[in-house]
Write a protein that binds this ligand. Structure first.
Ligand code: SAM
Ligand code: SF4
Ligand code: SF4
Length: 338
């Protein structure tokens, strides 16, 4: 059966202009994302869950029958497996704003950089108006029993820890026994709710660090935050109990000309090990693969760096993951990772 597992299982709380959508992804083959769910399903305050699943079921049928909407054309997420609609949500992506306290050189997902020292920082919070009340919709989702008990809750952004109701939302999920929460963060802002989630084995962290030394971190992230990031990481790491089975993952996005040296990669692995990471991750920034026309020289450079990084992770006995962009580099060269 032709299905898209993302459509079948997910909901995305996106920022202002995008709103709430079924699909949490952008179709890599045409760059298209879904429009928000219809006014018929969401009146701006509440989601009518019966209508939500009815409309979803129509979209599922359309894909099954090969007459999907244009956003889904040629999407790699469409696969051929069996699927039975249980009328539940299994994956929630919370990406409610683009505001960030970092300015990563590779990131297209942040809109405004707000330094904690800037005079308008707290003013901004006062003035910020939520496009919709995300927490109240989440509460309603749980009250109506449409969120699967083992659902994955994924918080991204912008920088999620700056979201005014971040701790409240995370605490709400933990209070309601959700045990599969993942937070993508730059780790500049410490969160008591994250600390609690780590203590209670409910939270994984995916931390974008992207450098091994203070100097390069500043160049890549656009702000001075290296010491703070690792200080916070150590505190989270200490909060773990013996039975912690989730992930404290540090991530490195390679940007040629900025952080693509063996020295940086080696220092990153050393810092990760020293401060208690349980996993490391490697990626290349998304735009690069489109921009570089797959030049062999650059592909080989990336492969060499990735091989070196894997070697260093293995030496430190750190489990590692490669993101699809890196896997793609190996694929293009018809080589296997080191
Ligand atoms: C948009 S960020 C939001 C969460 C948080 N601010 C952070 O940095 O983790 C989510 C993840 O996307 C990654 N990311 C952002 N722009 C990217 C790009 N152009 N290519 C690859 N990864 C990117 C970041 O490194 C981060 O891990
Ligand atoms: S097919 Fe692709 S674009 Fe369509 S819903 Fe699935 S992931 Fe989204
Ligand atoms: S910290 Fe995250 S959201 Fe902010 S600029 Fe970097 S990647 Fe983008």
């Amino acid at each position: 059966m032709r299905i898209c597992n993302n459509l079948n299982t997910s909901i995305c709380f996106n920022y202002k202009d995008i709103g709430i959508t079924y699909c949490t992804l952008t179709n890599a083959s045409n760059g298209k994302g879904w429009p928000k769910i219809s006014d018929n399903v969401f009146d701006g305050e509440k989601i009518n869950w019966t209508k939500f699943f009815e409309e979803r079921s129509k979209e599922i049928e359309a894909i099954k029958n090969g007459c999907e909407r244009h956003e889904c054309k040629d999407c790699q997420q469409i696969t051929d497996i069996n699927f039975c609609d249980d009328r539940k949500i299994h994956y929630v992506l919370l990406s409610p704003w683009q505001i960030c306290n970092s300015n990563c050189i590779y990131c297209l997902g942040h809109a405004e950089v707000i330094s904690a020292k800037a005079p308008n920082y707290y003013e901004y919070y006062k003035e910020y108006e939520e496009p919709y009340d995300m927490l109240s919709i989440i509460k309603d989702m749980i009250a109506n029993d449409v969120l699967a008990k083992d659902a994955e809750i994924d918080f991204a952004g912008g920088e999620p820890t700056l979201y005014p109701k971040f701790d409240e939302i995370i605490n709400f999920f933990i209070d309601n026994s959700f045990k599969n929460i993942i937070i993508h963060t730059n780790n500049i802002q410490y969160s008591k709710a994250i600390e609690r989630g780590i203590k209670e084995n409910a939270i994984s962290l995916m931390i974008s660090i992207d450098a091994g030394t203070k100097k390069c971190h500043e160049k890549t992230k656009g702000v001075k935050s290296f010491d703070k990031v690792w200080h916070n990481f150590k505190k989270y790491s200490k909060a773990r109990n013996k039975n912690y089975t989730m992930r404290l993952c540090t991530k490195y996005v390679l940007v040629p000309g900025i952080n693509d040296s063996e020295k940086e990669l080696e220092e990153f692995i050393k810092q990760s090990k020293k401060n208690g990471a349980t996993q490391v991750a490697l990626n290349v920034y998304n735009q690069l693969l489109n921009e570089m026309n797959y030049e062999e020289k650059l592909l080989n450079h990336l492969k060499q760096l990735a091989d070196f990084w894997i070697l260093k992770a293995k030496e430190k006995e750190l489990p590692y993951i490669l993101f699809p962009n890196i896997e793609y580099v190996y694929q293009k060269l018809e080589k296997q990772p080191f």
